[in-house]
Design a protein around this ligand. Structure first.
Ligand SMILES: [Cu+2]
Length: 141
């Protein structure tokens, strides 16, 4: 039943009948030296307005608009810990991409995952969820 399929590659087809050893030389075994997944490049300060800063006054800006595919960076410049997660509390299911932010000690910054879906994502401080200072909205366009 399995008669054909020997000539999947022109080169092998020419040399084929010679030896079974040719089978070990797989046609498309492209063992190039390049890795298909480069390591994530650290972006210390996104210039496109995707940074949300937390101070004792609250999150700023409380509403931010970003392009689809963006990541937002939260910077905790407050003197206390913050734990920013997607609405709704306590399930955090609206925008799971935000849940990679999470806990930040003072001075720490954290990034969301790619925000690929056009929608509005609310977030809150999980441990201080009733305080509107730590709540905001990310509008993804
Ligand atoms: Cu919560």
């Amino acid at each position: 039943m399995t008669t054909a399929k020997k000539a999947t590659c022109g080169f092998v087809a020419a040399a084929a009948m010679a030896a079974l050893a040719a089978l070990t030389i797989a046609c498309g075994s492209g063992s190039a030296g390049t890795s298909p997944t480069p390591p994530p490049t650290p972006t210390p300060a996104p210039s496109g307005g995707t940074t949300i800063t937390i101070t004792s006054a609250g999150v700023s800006p409380a509403t931010i608009t970003v392009a689809r595919g963006s990541q937002v960076t939260f910077v905790n410049n407050d003197t206390q810990n913050h734990d920013e997660l997607s609405d709704p509390h306590p399930d955090h299911t609206d925008c799971p991409e935000l849940n990679s932010v999470g806990f930040m000690a003072p001075g720490q910054s954290r990034q969301s995952q790619n925000l690929n879906t056009a929608r509005t994502c609310g977030y809150h401080d999980h441990e201080l969820f009733s305080d509107p200072r730590w709540q905001g909205k990310i509008i993804i366009q």
